[in-house]
Design a protein around this ligand. Structure first.
Ligand code: NAD
Length: 285
C-alpha cells in the first residue's frame, strides 16, 4: 500500500511559493497579507491560528493575527471585518471556526468580501464552485485534489465515495470530484447502509471526526483512501482510519492512503497559502 505523502508535497508547494512571493514583493513593493481572526481562547483553535501565522511567515506572507476576547459581540466582529474588507494591504481574511454561540457564523462569513475569502466559505464562492466557475476553493478539498493529482490517481470515470457533508470539507469535495468527472456518492449520519456504499468507493474520502468507524471490510479492494479526520486518542493525533485498530487489514485492502499526521493537514495549510497568494496576485496586477 502506498502512503500519499502530503507533507512532502506541501513542502514543495511552499518552496515554489516562497520564490514567487519574493519575486512579486520586489516587483510590486509589498508582500501578500493574510488577516486571521480568533474569538475566544479555545486551545485547539489557538494552535491552528498560530500555525497558520507561522506558515505564512515562512513563505513571506505577512500574517496579521487578531486575538479577540470571548466576550466580543457580533457587531464588534462585523466592524473589524468591515475594516479588513476595506484595507488595501489586506489580501485574505479568515475567521477561525467555531465561533462562540452568541455569534452567527453565517452572518460573519457572508460579511467577508468574497474576493478576500481565503477559506472559500462565502455563499458567492460556494455558488461559483457549484457552477464550475472561477472561485476561491476551500483549502482542505483543494489540498486533497492536488495530492491525488500529484500521486497520479485517476479521478475521471471513477466512483468517489465521500463520508461527511460539511461546508468545509464534504460538500466542496463532492463538487471538485464532479468537476474532475468522477461519479460521486456523499454519505452522512442519515445514510442507511454505509458499508454497502463505502464498498463501491474506488476513491474513498473520509471526513467524519470519528476514529474506528471504518474498517477493512468496508473498503473496495484497491481503493485509494483519503483520511481527513483529526481525532485525539489518549493524547495522540489519529485520523478516522489511519492508526485505527484495523490498520494491518486496511493496508492489505487499500492501494493508497493519506497518513495522519502528514497527509491532508499539511496540504490544507499549503492550499491556504496558495489561496492567499492567488488573491494577492489578482488584486495587485
Ligand atoms: P463536521 O463535524 O462538520 O462534519 C462531519 C460529517 O461527518 C457530517 O457531515 C456528518 O454527517 C458525518 N458523520 C458523522 N458521523 C457519521 C457517521 N457515523 N456516519 C456517517 N457520517 C457521519 O466536520 P468537518 O469540519 O467536515 O471535519 C471532519 C473531520 O475532518 C474532523 O475530524 C476535522 O477535524 C477534520 N478536518 C481535518 C482537516 C485537515 O486539514 N486535516 C481540515 C478540516 C477538517
Amino acid at each position: 500500500m502506498r502512503i500519499m505523502n502530503g507533507a512532502a508535497l506541501a513542502k514543495k508547494i511552499r518552496s515554489v511559493l516562497s520564490i514567487e512571493i519574493d519575486f512579486c514583493k520586489n516587483k510590486y513593493g509589498r508582500s501578500p497579507k493574510l488577516s486571521v481572526i480568533l474569538v475566544g481562547n479555545d486551545p485547539a483553535s489557538m494552535t491552528y491560528v498560530k500555525n497558520k501565522g507561522k506558515a505564512c511567515r515562512e513563505v513571506g506572507i505577512e500574517d496579521d493575527l487578531h486575538f479577540l476576547p470571548f466576550s466580543t459581540s457580533q457587531d464588534e466582529l462585523l466592524e473589524l471585518i468591515h475594516q479588513l474588507n476595506e484595507a488595501p494591504d489586506v489580501d485574505g481574511i479568515l475567521v477561525q471556526l467555531p465561533l462562540p454561540k452568541h455569534i452567527d457564523k453565517n452572518v460573519i462569513i457572508s460579511a467577508i468580501d468574497y474576493k478576500k475569502d481565503v477559506d472559500g466559505l462565502h455563499p458567492m464562492n460556494v455558488g461559483l464552485l457549484n457552477t464550475s466557475e472561477d472561485c476561491i476553493i476551500p483549502c482542505t478539498p483543494k489540498g486533497i485534489l492536488s495530492l491525488l493529482k500529484s500521486e497520479n490517481v485517476t479521478i475521471a470515470g471513477k466512483h468517489a465515495v465521500i463520508i461527511g457533508r460539511s461546508n468545509l470539507v464534504g460538500k466542496p469535495m463532492a463538487q471538485l470530484m464532479l468537476r474532475e468527472n468522477a461519479s460521486v456518492t456523499v454519505c452522512h449520519t442519515k445514510t442507511r447502509d454505509l458499508s454497502y456504499l463505502t464498498r463501491q468507493g474506488e476513491i474513498l474520502i473520509v471526513a467524519i471526526g470519528c476514529p474506528n468507524l471504518i474498517n477493512a471490510d468496508m473498503l473496495k479492494p484497491g481503493a485509494v483512501v483519503v483520511d481527513v479526520g483529526i481525532n485525539s486518542v489518549d493524547g495522540k493525533m489519529v485520523g478516522d482510519i489511519y492508526n485505527s485498530i484495523d490498520v494491518p487489514s486496511i493496508e492489505q485492502k487499500a492501494s493508497a492512503i493519506t497518513p495522519v499526521p502528514g497527509g491532508v493537514g499539511p496540504m490544507t495549510i499549503a492550499s491556504l497559502l496558495e489561496n492567499t497568494f492567488e488573491i494577492y496576485r489578482r488584486r495587485i496586477q
